[in-house]
Design a protein around this ligand. Structure first.
Ligand SMILES: [Zn+2]
Length: 570
């Protein structure tokens, strides 16, 4: 046992010794409720304190009222959940939940809602490693290890099962009544505070986690009970059969790049010199008014590839196939290459590959790959795709999705190779608050510039292909870099700041594809400043690939002005 634990247990023995006998089960439970209410909810109390400038009697009473509500609610929760058999482990789990939530809320300004929970469940080792830090370990030590060790060692009176059951349910009832009374008494103030500051309700530990897990579980079981709904059985190539020359369309799914720091969007820094050059030569269109579907990858990526828009997707429990299934059904070859934490189920039924296991010494130092790895493996993967095609079956074209690591935070500095760090000094830690604001922006902008380089390389490579080609880039969501005290992303959409939802989108298209599609040059140009969103993605990519299906909604097709008029041609 480490020395501090040793002296700590001696201390706790002394304390329980002072009482002389094992704990009454209720007392121990109330100690836990008190801890969770006070220290376990520090970010909540800090946020509520910061709501008003004048800290008079009213603020004090408001905080006190809220404190009693959280305490009684926690007591109800504990009375219902904590039984002798799993009393000790469950207590430690609650300490962990409170400490981890508090850390992330304080360090990054995030709140714990269902989509954040989904993100957490789907995370991978790389993402966790990016978040680990000394201050996080300190919080876990003070919030979990020390109180957890104490909790674990406390002797508790043994009660007959029925007696404990009855009493504990009684305690829950009393706490519930007390909670109702306080809510009723402070309703006016409380209701308006909660209405005006919606994020507060996602800050109450451990209820945020209980609620989010419950929502997630219900959603997943509903989805699991329903069978996958097939889509696009009617999908076919628009020009009745195989195009003269099968196109190659590259869809780049960007990561965490916000429009605010994108050179083409008018940012003071020229973070997109290569795209600018393409734009100046009339080859590339930047779409300046695009909103993301969600504020995290877990929501945005499936939403982009879904036929449902943001609002329908948020309420939807039916598991549908997606854009990639439709393209594949129309006879196109589809490939998903991933340099991130996976495709979130989007690529389940199409050929896909991850760069996770690759060991390219130049592109993957330290076990993580720069996005250019995607272009390095692309040719061989395309060759494999061709080999897998049944003999004699002509290709209707290929759609490749490149899922970038992009600007994935908080360790932005890890996203750029050493020779591409133009803006200095860079924040070189994942504890963003430890860095001057400008250093965070420098590291972030270097990563945007690297995405620009990656997209430039992609277009250069596409130009060497002897077939019609196109590249459509759009970021999955934006990022907060300290504005309004927020970092990273994942705010509930309703209260998300513009930084997290305004994303860059750009299109490059070869002349030969425009010609083959029968489109007027730059027929999409009118859309460049129109309000667009991820809602348009599914329906527009279908047009780009010349696939028709009854699932396409023309009003969400950003190429609707491009439609060839076959009767007037020839
Ligand atoms: Zn993302």
């Amino acid at each position: 046992m480490p020395p501090f634990l040793d002296s700590f247990s001696a201390f706790s023995r002394a304390v329980s010794g002072a009482f002389g006998r094992p704990w009454h089960p209720f007392s121990l439970l109330l100690v836990m409720a008190l801890w969770l209410t006070t220290l376990g909810n520090l970010p909540l109390w800090r946020a509520m304190w910061a709501l008003t400038e004048t800290h008079g009697l009213r603020t004090g009473l408001g905080l006190l009222g809220m404190g009693v509500i959280v305490f009684t609610a926690t007591t109800v929760l504990l009375s219902l959940l904590v039984w002798p058999l799993w009393r000790k482990p469950l207590g430690v789990v609650l300490l962990m939940v409170a400490a981890a939530n508090s850390y992330f809320m304080t360090a990054y300004g995030v709140v714990i809602d269902p989509s954040m929970m989904a993100n957490t469940v789907q995370t991978d080792v790389r993402e966790v490693r990016d978040l680990l830090s000394g201050s996080m370990l300190l919080v876990l030590m003070l919030g979990v290890v020390l109180p957890g060790a104490w909790w674990w060692r406390q002797p508790v009176q043994q009660w007959p099962a029925m007696r404990l059951l009855g009493r504990q349910l009684g305690l829950a009832a009393v706490a519930l009544v007390l909670m109702m009374v306080v809510i009723w008494a402070s309703f006016q103030d409380l209701a308006s505070t909660m209405r005006n500051h919606k994020s507060l309700r996602y800050m109450v530990n451990p209820f945020n986690t209980v609620y989010a897990s419950g929502r997630l579980l219900v959603g997943q079981t509903t989805q699991a009970r329903m069978s996958l709904q097939p889509m696009g059985e009617d999908a076919a190539m628009a020009n009745a059969g195989v195009p003269a020359s099968p196109p190659l369309i590259v869809l780049v799914v960007g990561e965490t790049v916000r429009a605010a720091n994108f050179g083409l969007a008018g940012y003071a820094r020229d973070t997109t010199p290569q795209l600018r050059q393409l734009q100046n030569s009339g080859e590339l269109t930047y779409f300046s008014n695009v909103r993301s579907c969600g504020t995290n990858t877990q929501v945005s990526v499936p939403c982009m590839f879904s036929h449902l828009g943001r609002e329908a997707q948020a309420k939807n429990d039916i598991p549908y196939e997606n854009l990639l299934d439709v393209l594949q059904r129309a006879g196109m070859q589809v490939l998903w290459l991933d340099n991130q934490s996976g495709c979130k189920g989007v690529c389940d039924r199409v050929p896909n590959a991850s760069t996770l296991t690759l060991k390219d010494p130049k592109l993957c130092p330290d076990g993580e790959c720069f996005d250019e790895i995607l272009l390095r493996v692309l040719p061989e993967r395309l060759a494999e795709l061709d080999k897998a095609r049944p003999a004699g079956q002509p290709s209707a074209g290929t759609v490749v999705v490149l899922h970038q690591m992009g600007n994935h935070g908080p360790a932005y500095f890890k996203r750029t190779p050493a020779d591409m760090k133009l803006y200095q000094p860079e924040c070189r830690t994942n504890v963003l608050q430890d860095c001057p604001a400008q250093d965070i922006v420098n590291a972030y902008d270097n990563a945007v510039r690297y995405t620009d380089h990656f997209l430039g390389e992609t277009v250069r490579w596409l130009k060497t292909q002897k077939r019609p080609t196109a590249m459509l880039y759009v970021s999955d969501h934006g990022e907060s870099l300290g504005e309004k005290g927020l970092y990273l992303h994942g705010m509930p959409y309703m209260m998300a700041p513009q930084e997290q939802t305004h994303v860059p989108m750009a299109l490059w298209m070869s002349k030969s594809l425009q010609k083959q599609n029968g489109w007027e040059a730059n027929c999409w140009q009118k859309q460049a400043e129109n309000a667009l969103s991820h809602d348009h993605y599914f329906h527009s990519v279908l047009s780009l690939a010349q696939v028709k299906t009854r699932w396409q909604q023309p009003e969400l097709d950003m190429f609707s002005a491009c439609k060839a008029k076959p009767a007037q041609r020839g």
